[in-house]
Ligand binder design. Structure first.
Ligand code: GLV
Length: 328
């Protein structure tokens, strides 16, 4: 009998047919609506594998009830939606999708920086609403990006790819990370700083750190007040790293100039959220890796990981390596 895979979002036909070759596939039929929690718990009870997205919470409650579950292929590089200890305890392998999304996510983070600095969303709206009456010297003037200082918090693969793009804009690159990144230092001239130094020096503060107990709430009132008044803050990692109320205050009271946000505490964020309503905020619906090529590559990698588990091989991008010692 083929293993049963439950897929928690509608996926394109080409990926679905690949899965159907080797598995019995059950799929939540909607693309933009999340599978209800009860349904997810219920489906996981009989599934051998899950193909999930970051808004699915995978926790002790789910793993403890899912006797057959061997593997979860989570379609994301981040896995803060998964309780890894609970997964390992119940012998469930957790796989993510790093690497294939690095450049695409870096493109988006840098595009968000450019769009925020050059007020592109505001300008496009201005034109669409028929407000453009004449060319005028200071109309919608933003701030330059080239030759400025970018401060990258989280110099992992995506952070390094953003630094490469910044180097192409002749930016000075400073960074803060848990460990030094010698390649970025040698190849891109990136300079390691303490977090405080980075906040004080950067014209653009770009957050690309993963969400962990240490990074949760890392940007609060104090951090925004340490930044330059003309600083622009970009968050393309996870919403809970930022205290959104503090960010709102910083933007309204002029502690910083603007923000570009691809992620929020609660997703989907309401269009009425005070941050989303500000003119000096460019807000996007968590689309860091959303190019067609990359999303397909992420799904293919999920399929490769499932295939590895059911062929008794180690998946390419297994997160909880300690699960290999379990005998499920
Ligand atoms: C998306 O946010 C991801 O972690 O891939």
């Amino acid at each position: 009998m083929k293993p049963l895979v439950y897929v928690t979002r509608k996926i394109p036909e080409e990926v679905l047919s690949r899965l159907q070759e080797n598995y019995e596939v059950d799929m939540w039929p909607k693309e933009e609506v999340q599978v209800p929690r009860d349904m997810l718990l219920d489906k996981a009870k009989t599934a051998d594998a899950l193909l999930t997205v970051i808004s699915d919470q995978l926790d002790e409650e789910l793993f403890s009830q899912s006797e057959h579950l061997k593997v979860v292929a989570n379609m994301a590089v981040g896995y803060d939606n998964v309780d890894l200890a609970a997964a390992s305890k119940h012998g469930v392998a957790i796989c993510n999708t790093p690497d294939v999304l690095t450049d695409t996510t870096a493109d988006l983070a840098f595009a968000l920086l450019l769009a925020t600095a050059r007020r592109m969303v505001e300008a496009a709206e201005y034109l669409k609403r028929g407000k453009w009456k004449s060319w005028s010297p200071m109309l919608l003037s933003g701030t330059d990006v080239h030759h400025k200082t970018i401060g990258i918090i989280g110099m992992g693969k995506i952070g390094t790819a953003v630094a490469k793009r910044a180097a192409g804009f002749d930016m000075e690159i400073i960074y803060h990370n848990r460990s030094r990144h010698e390649v970025a230092e040698e190849m891109l001239g990136a300079r390691y700083c303490t977090k405080e130094e980075l906040l004080a020096e950067a014209d653009f503060v770009v957050c690309l750190a993963p969400l962990t107990d240490e990074t949760k709430g890392m940007f609060g009132r104090e951090q925004f007040q340490q930044m330059k008044k003309h600083a622009i803050f970009i968050n393309a990692s996870r919403g809970p790293i930022v205290d959104e109320e503090a960010l709102y205050k910083a933007l309204v009271e002029g502690d910083i100039a603007a923000a570009g946000l691809d992620v929020f505490h609660e997703e989907p964020v309401s269009p009425d959220h005070p941050l989303v309503q500000l003119d000096n905020v460019v807000a996007l619906p968590h689309i860091g890796s959303a190019s067609r090529e990359t999303r397909l590559a992420m799904m293919e990698l999920c399929c490769d990981n499932l295939d590895a588990i059911f062929a008794d091989r180690t998946p390419k991008t297994l997160v909880n390596k300690d699960v290999l010692n379990s005998n499920r």
